[in-house]
Unconditional design. Structure first.
Lengths: 378, 262, 320
């Protein structure tokens, strides 16, 4: 058993952390305040190969393992969980292609993402279907030499900037899971209508919108697998994406811990640094314990992916534990900062706002527990 | 065209420095090592020259311990072609380091056209190696450069001196130039760069290989200790208008005689 | 007793003050001075008063302006003609560039940026900061003589009543030799005001400045002591100063040698941005303001009365 990162992984982590410190942290507050999409930063991260880590080397990717991917994502989220949502959304959208696409589709859809800077969106959630992904109503109808897409999607990350959508719909709503299919859609296609940018509590820099499809024609060859393969593709994708999303919470939690440790040593009350007070020490100890436990779960979930092992149960542990811990840790960080923590002048209130979303998106903490129970009680 | 960049590995700026119990050096076990920040400007300048002269070869040279080869790997991941590591203790003095660098450059079999370094290493802050190396190699040098242009074999460089004034030098290559912050913006090592760096050649030499021995030590350090704690400040009451001038004059006097900052 | 040469950096006929600091501290040793160019009899007298025995003025072709090689060649030739145990100089821009090269001409060592030293039986032992001042170490020299030492300006301070030397001035014919790196041009600093992050002295105004116009008194003070003016977050938020001037966690982190906070209460975020300043002076009418816990010198009083007096006193001190 070996818990250490390889030399290259440490170098990759170093680079990603350096990028977070120099390029993300100094601007995170401003982007958050203005709700501005971090296009320039995204592009710089792409230039260094820090995004689209799921693309295999055959299609121009760097050929990273899932562990490499979470190491990078954790470091970028250390800079800003909100920006990392934008970066990570590319992987979430491209993963179904990596997992369910044909050789031809991979070449056609993945290569442009390594050849140039491009943004992708993953369109699953609908106004009436969040956690109940099986109840998808977006219709994919056979139009002869093309598919006709109708329906409405919600909370679509990167939607306003996307060069590619992966859309989940159903070929027959009565077939339930068995009708679900995934298709690659050009966001510029006629009939696509974007909603206005959501004004969110956190992750304010990420661009989140509704997307409406009105008789959108999609080429036949854009379906991943056959009609009805969508559910299996989505489930496989989750095994890969949950560790990634969990790593984002891990990065945010680590940041909150680091900031708390620093502040507790600097801030004096009753004539001593607050780090000397046991109440603060206990909060910090709790933070450290949770961060480390979350890291072990996240890395293990990713490592299982790399080993080709089924990681559904562990990935859910990782996602729920990391995001719940991140919420607790960032809340405690605000507590340690006291009045300053509540002020926008200090970085911790943003961490607390950002943490909340990770408990919600990509399968809420409650859904994760359902998955865990289902796996345990099988 | 052969460009050599001399880099040093130093403790990260955030590192807490703790002297060893016998005061002979600092505790190095838990230190995170990084490439000396000024050396990054030197590496970047070498890579910029290489971009303009694709045939150029950039060799990074480091004298130091083998605990970690972070600095050399980073430089190669940024784009340097090859590297030389001279294995040595971390507390070597400037003269020995310069002599080892000279030896390593000699051993490479390449005749240097340009040698770039950082203006100082942020560990011992000695600001000596570039000038010593230049003198040992009988080459001209300019330190603390913030501007660089190369036309043929003439380098036009700007050296920053006190108060921000710039001295503009013109000198022929080969020469030794020591980079300051502001010379350029160092690039990041890209992820593909990190992967490629693994395959780039790294030559490892010993101090004996480059002709350096204990007899080359010129500066001896001992008694490493933390600086004294700052004593509590002095507070003066100047609420009484009649006493203001006296109080202010006293403080101004202390700033010169005691604090020595003015 | 050691035989010491002090290299005096001179500009426009004046030697840099660090030369006098070194001479004063060398009391008990035999100290000569060497400089390149010429200085007035008054300057020679100043050197003598601080302990200089012989003052050697090196003159020759191509030595009118600094070049690392020309100066090193000229000084090396002169030093070889004498029998010095030690050569001292200031760790100035020039000293830092010149002395390592000069020392190497003798295959000798250089202890650089020394902040204090003693001579024990003629042997030098110095103290110098390392790791950006995070620790101090004793520094000694070994190997061929002369040994070289550079001294950080303002570190030793002036000796109050130095032992005078004879101050015999002589001209020396010097040879610059082969110079390959030459100064073609000197570009004067565009602004005399350096950026906050690089400033050696900073004067900051807080909310108590009341309005933007009042920053005038800080500018006047800054002009006298060559400082850059900054502002606290409270002052910036109140519109007294632009954000570019803000010192603090969300503004600029600064580490000048002297920081003068005027009407700044000392919110944590402000302290975080300036606490590594070497010396902090605080002026505030509230004796319990947190800024006083960080100040080396605190003045309790009305800044509008105190700052102008401070400006006058600095003018007197600096002879302006």
């Amino acid at each position: 058993m070996d818990f250490s990162l390889s030399t290259e992984q440490r170098e990759i982590q170093e680079l990603a952390l350096k990028f977070a410190r120099n390029e993300i942290i100094p601007h995170a507050q401003d982007y958050d305040e203005k709700g501005k999409f971090p296009e320039e930063i995204f592009k710089k991260a792409w230039e260094l190969g820090l995004v689209n880590t799921c693309i295999p080397a055959e299609y121009g990717g760097t050929g990273f393992s899932a562990v490499d991917g979470v190491v990078i994502s954790e470091a970028l989220a250390y800079g800003c969980m909100g920006m990392n949502t934008s970066f990570m959304a590319n992987d979430l959208a491209l993963l179904p292609i990596v997992i369910g696409g044909s050789e031809e589709q991979k070449k056609k859809f993945l290569t442009p993402f390594t050849a140039g800077f491009r943004v992708a969106s993953f369109c699953l959630t609908e106004p009436g279907n969040g956690s109940d992904a099986g109840g998808i109503k977006t219709q994919i109808k056979d139009g002869g030499d093309h598919w006709i897409l109708n329906g409405e999607k919600m909370w679509i990350t990167n939607a306003g900037y996307a060069d590619l959508f992966v859309v989940y719909g159903t070929v027959d709503v009565n077939l339930k899971h068995k009708g679900i299919s995934a298709i690659v859609v050009d966001p510029k296609a006629p009939g696509i209508e974007l909603g206005k940018k959501e004004d969110k509590m956190g992750h304010r820099s990420s661009d989140t919108r509704g997307v409406r499809f009105n008789n959108v024609k999609v080429p036949k060859e854009n379906m991943l697998g056959k009609p009805g393969d969508g559910w299996a593709i989505a489930m496989n994708t989750l095994d890969h994406s949950r560790p990634l999303v969990a790593s984002s919470a891990l990065g945010g939690a680590q940041r909150a811990l680091d900031l708390s440790v620093k502040y507790a040593k600097e801030r004096n009350q009753f004539g001593v640094p607050i780090a000397k007070h046991q109440a603060v020490q206990f909060m910090i100890a709790e933070m450290g314990m949770k961060v480390e436990a979350a890291r072990l779960l996240v890395y293990k979930a990713a490592w299982m992916c790399d080993q080709g092992q089924k990681n559904t149960e562990i990935a859910s542990y990782a996602k729920a534990f990391a995001s719940d811990s991140c919420m607790q840790i960032t809340t405690d960080a605000v507590q340690i900062y006291g009045g300053y923590g509540y002020s926008r002048e200090y970085p911790v209130e943003k961490l607390m706002r950002d943490a909340k979303l990770i408990q919600i998106y990509e399968g809420t903490s409650q859904i994760q527990r359902l998955v865990m129970a289902r796996e345990l009680l099988k | 065209m052969n460009i050599f960049v001399c880099v040093k590995q130093v403790p990260d700026t955030e590192t807490k420095i703790t002297p060893t119990s016998d005061g002979s050096f600092i505790e190095t076990a838990s230190i995170k090592w990084i490439m000396n920040p000024y050396d990054e400007f030197a590496v970047e300048q070498a890579l910029l020259v290489k971009q303009a002269n694709p045939a150029a070869n950039v060799t990074v040279v480091r004298v130091g311990s083998t605990k970690d080869t972070e600095a050399l790997r980073t430089a190669m991941a940024m784009g340097a072609d090859d590297a030389i590591l001279v294995e040595a203790p971390d507390n070597l003095d400037s003269y020995s380091i310069a002599k080892a660098l000279k030896g390593a450059i000699g051993k490479s079999g390449k005749t240097p056209d340009l040698i770039l370094t950082g203006k100082q290493a942020i560990d011992d802050d000695a600001l000596q190696v570039p000038q010593i190396l230049a003198e040992m190699l009988k080459l001209p040098s300019v330190s603390v450069i913030v501007g660089f242009e190369l036309q043929g074999n003439t380098a036009k460089v700007k050296r920053e001196v006190e108060g921000g004034a710039l001295e503009v030098y013109e000198l022929a290559t080969p020469c030794v130039l020591a980079a300051n912050k502001g010379l350029n913006t160092p690039r990041y090592a890209s992820l593909p760069g990190i992967m490629k760096a693994k395959k780039k050649p790294l030559t490892q030499l010993s101090l004996a290989d480059v002709g350096v021995s204990d007899a080359d030590r010129r500066v001896k350090y001992s008694g490493f200790k933390l600086p004294p704690e700052k004593p509590p400040g002095k507070k003066f009451d100047a609420t009484d208008a009649a006493k203001q001038r006296e109080v202010v004059a006293q403080v101004v006097g202390l700033l010169r005689t005691e604090a020595k900052v003015i | 007793m050691a035989n010491v040469l002090v290299f005096a950096e001179s500009h426009d006929g004046h030697v840099k003050p660090v030369t006098l600091e070194i001479l004063g501290k060398l009391a008990g040793q035999t100290a000569d001075v060497a400089l390149i160019g010429d200085i007035s009899a008054d300057e020679v007298a100043k050197l003598a008063k601080n302990g200089a025995q012989n003052v050697h003025k090196l003159k020759g072709a191509n030595l009118d302006k600094y070049s690392p090689e020309g100066y090193a060649n000229a000084l090396a030739e002169f030093i070889k003609s004498k029998n010095y145990d030690y050569v001292f100089g200031g760790a100035t821009s020039m000293g830092k560039d010149l002395l390592p090269r000069l020392a190497t001409k003798f295959d000798a060592g250089l202890a650089s940026d020394v902040v204090n030293f003693t001579f024990d039986g003629g042997a030098f032992a110095g103290t110098r900061p390392l790791f950006a001042g995070k620790c101090l170490a004793k520094v000694e020299l070994t190997g061929p003589k002369p040994h070289f030492v550079s001294i950080r300006p303002n570190a030793l301070g002036m000796t109050a009543s130095p032992t005078a030397g004879s101050g015999t001035a002589t001209d020396v014919n010097a040879n610059a030799g082969d110079i390959r790196a030459t100064i073609k041009e000197i570009i004067k600093a565009a602004s005399t005001k350096v950026d906050l992050t690089e400033a050696n002295i900073i004067v900051t105004g807080g909310r108590a400045m009341k309005n933007a116009e009042n920053f005038k008194i800080l500018n006047e003070l800054a002009d006298v002591i060559g400082a850059t003016v900054g502002a606290s977050r409270a002052a910036v938020d109140s519109g007294f100063a632009p954000h570019a001037m803000q010192v603090g966690q969300t503004g600029k982190t600064v580490a000048p040698s002297l920081y003068i906070a005027c009407g700044v209460s000392g919110a944590i975020q402000h302290l975080a941005g300036m606490r590594t300043s070497k010396v902090i002076v605080a002026i505030n009418s509230d004796p319990d303001a947190p800024i006083f816990t960080k100040a080396d010198y605190g003045i309790v009083g009305d800044l509008f009365q105190i700052v102008p007096v401070l400006t006058e006193e600095f003018k007197k001190l600096l002879g302006k």
